[in-house]
Write a protein that binds this ligand. Structure first.
Ligand code: F0G
Length: 437
C-alpha cells in the first residue's frame, strides 16, 4: 500500500519534534510547551531553477506574484496563495547611501528598507501569512501583544480579511504613529498598565483560555513570511551573499526567521555560502546580548528601558530559535546605547531615507562592530531598516525642535515674520547662498 502523501506543509515542535497538521491553531507545542516550526515538502525546483521561477513571477500580475512574500511561496506556505490576504507587501528597496556607510566606517553598506511595506514596517511580511492562516482556520478573532508595529500590521491585515482584531499594548510606551494606525484600522486596542512583557503574557493567556488566534512572532506562520526579507535581499544582490546581515533584535522573531531563511537557502542550493548574522539590541533592553557574551549559557530577563520603544523588551520569546540562528551563521549579538541609536537615526534620516529608532540600532550596531574589527571595513554589509521614519514623530520633534541644548545633528526649525527679507537672511546664513544679480 502506498504511504499517504505528505501535505505540502506541517508543523513540528522545535524541542520534542512531534509533528502536527498545518491547520492546528496552537502556537506552542501542547506536549512540551516549546515553540512550533513550519516545515514544507521540498519544492520541485531547487538552486538556479527555483531562483529563475521566483524571478519570472516579477513579470506576472497575479495578486500572489505581486507580493514580495507570496512570490517566494514554495518556502512560505505553498498552496495557500490563492486565498492570501495580501496588500501586496514586500518588494522593498535595497539602497546605498554614501553618508550612512561613511558614518558606519564601511565601504559597502546596503540598507534594506522594510519601512516601505504597506503599514510601514517589516511586520507586514509575517502578517500576510499569519492572517491568511487565521482565515484558513476560520478564527473568530485574532490578537497580539505589541510594542506598536505588530499591532498596526495586525489591525490592517485583519481589517482586510474582515476578522475582528484585539491588540494589547503597553500604555504610554507606544510611538504615536503606531498607536494611531491601530486605532485607524479599527482594532480593539487595549492600553495595558504594564510593559510589553506583561502584555505578551496576557495575550498568550487570552489565546489559550479565550480561543483567540495569537499572531505574535511566536506564531510560526509569521516567521515563514519574515524569511522573505532575506530571500528578497539575496535576490537583489544577484544571489551573491553579503558578508553580514545586521538586524535589530527585540522579541527575536526576526533573528529566528533570518536564521531559518539562511539555512533553507543553503540547503536548497540558492546560495553557496552564508552571510553572518549580527543581532543588535539597545543597551537598556539587552537580554540576548548578555546571553551571547556568556556563550548562550542561559536566557536572561531584564527590566527594559530604551528610547527605541519597538525593541523595549526584557524577556524575548523566540530566544531558543534565535540562538540557533546566531550559531548556525557564526553570528554575533551586540548592543548600542540610546545615544548611538539617536545619532545613527539622525544620519539615516538626513540621508533622505529615514527610519524609526529601533531600525537605526542596526546601523549603530554595524558601526560598533566595524570599530571593533568584527566586521571588516571592506565587508559587504546589509542592514535592515525595520520601520518607517513617520512611526515615531514624537521622538523626532523632541530631537530636532525641543531638546535643549540641541543635539549636534538637530535641524532646528526657524520662526520668522512673513517678510521676504527674513527668508533671504535664512538662505544666506544657512547655505552661503549667492543672490541672483
Ligand atoms: N524593529 C522594529 C521597528 C520593530 O517593531 C521590532 C519589533 C523589531 C525591530 C524587533 O524585531 O521582535 O522580531 O526581534 N517589534 C515588535 C512589535 C515587538 O510588537 O511591533 P523582533
Amino acid at each position: 500500500m502506498a504511504l499517504p502523501e505528505r501535505p505540502s506543509s506541517w508543523q513540528v515542535c522545535a524541542r520534542c519534534e512531534r509533528e502536527r497538521s498545518a491547520l492546528s491553531a496552537e502556537t506552542s507545542c501542547p506536549d512540551c510547551g516549546a515553540l512550533l516550526e513550519i516545515r514544507h515538502r521540498d519544492p520541485l525546483e531547487t538552486g538556479e531553477n527555483l531562483r529563475r521561477l521566483w524571478s519570472s513571477r516579477r513579470g506576472s500580475d497575479l495578486p500572489a506574484d505581486l507580493s514580495g512574500v507570496w512570490r517566494f511561496r514554495e518556502l512560505v506556505l505553498p498552496g495557500a496563495e490563492a486565498e492570501a490576504v495580501t496588500q501586496p507587501e514586500g518588494n522593498t528597496p535595497l539602497t546605498l547611501r554614501a553618508p550612512v556607510a561613511r558614518w558606519a566606517g564601511l565601504e559597502t553598506l546596503f540598507l534594506k528598507h522594510e519601512g516601505m511595506n504597506p503599514t510601514g514596517s517589516f511586520k507586514d511580511r509575517g502578517m500576510t501569512v499569519g492572517v491568511t492562516q487565521a482565515r484558513r482556520l476560520k478564527a473568530r478573532a485574532v490578537a497580539c501583544a505589541s510594542t506598536g508595529n505588530t499591532s498596526a500590521s495586525l489591525a490592517s491585515y485583519a481589517a482586510a480579511a474582515g476578522i475582528p482584531a484585539l491588540v494589547l499594548v503597553p500604555a504610554g510606551q507606544v510611538a504615536a504613529g503606531k498607536l494611531a494606525q491601530a486605532l485607524a484600522y479599527g482594532a480593539r486596542t487595549l492600553l495595558v498598565a504594564g510593559d510589553f512583557d506583561a502584555c505578551f503574557e496576557l495575550a498568550r493567556e487570552a489565546a489559550e483560555k479565550l480561543g483567540v488566534y495569537l499572531l505574535n512572532s511566536i506564531n510560526p506562520f509569521r516567521i515563514e513570511g519574515q524569511k522573505t526579507i532575506v530571500f528578497e535581499a539575496l535576490e537583489q544582490l544577484g544571489w551573491d551573499p553579503p558578508d553580514w546581515i545586521v538586524v535589530p533584535a527585540g522579541n527575536l522573531g526576526n533573528t529566528a526567521a533570518f536564521g531559518k531563511a539562511l539555512a533553507e537557502a543553503e540547503r536548497l542550493g540558492l546560495v553557496r555560502r552564508l552571510p553572518r548574522l549580527a543581532a543588535v539590541q539597545a543597551s537598556g533592553a539587552n537580554p540576548f546580548a548578555r546571553s551571547f557574551r556568556e556563550g548562550f549559557a542561559r536566557p536572561h530577563r531584564v527590566s527594559a528601558d530604551t528610547l527605541a520603544t519597538a525593541i523595549k523588551i526584557g524577556n524575548p520569546a523566540s530566544y531558543d530559535r534565535a540562538v540557533q540562528a546566531i550559531r548556525r551563521t557564526n553570528g554575533v549579538v551586540t548592543e548600542v546605547s540610546d545615544g548611538e541609536i539617536l545619532e545613527a537615526k539622525a544620519v539615516v534620516d538626513a540621508s533622505g531615507l529615514g527610519c524609526e529608532p529601533a531600525s537605526a540600532a542596526a546601523v549603530a550596531g554595524a558601526r560598533r562592530l566595524a570599530a571593533e574589527g568584527i566586521i571588516g571595513r571592506q565587508d559587504r554589509v546589509v542592514a535592515i531598516l525595520t520601520g518607517h521614519v513617520l512611526k515615531d514623530p514624537g521622538l523626532l520633534l523632541s530631537y530636532h525642535q525641543q531638546a535643549d541644548p540641541p543635539p549636534p545633528r538637530a535641524n532646528r526649525p526657524i520662526e520668522i515674520e512673513p517678510r521676504l527679507s527674513e527668508v533671504e537672511r535664512v538662505l544666506m546664513r544657512s547655505f552661503e547662498y549667492v543672490l541672483p544679480t
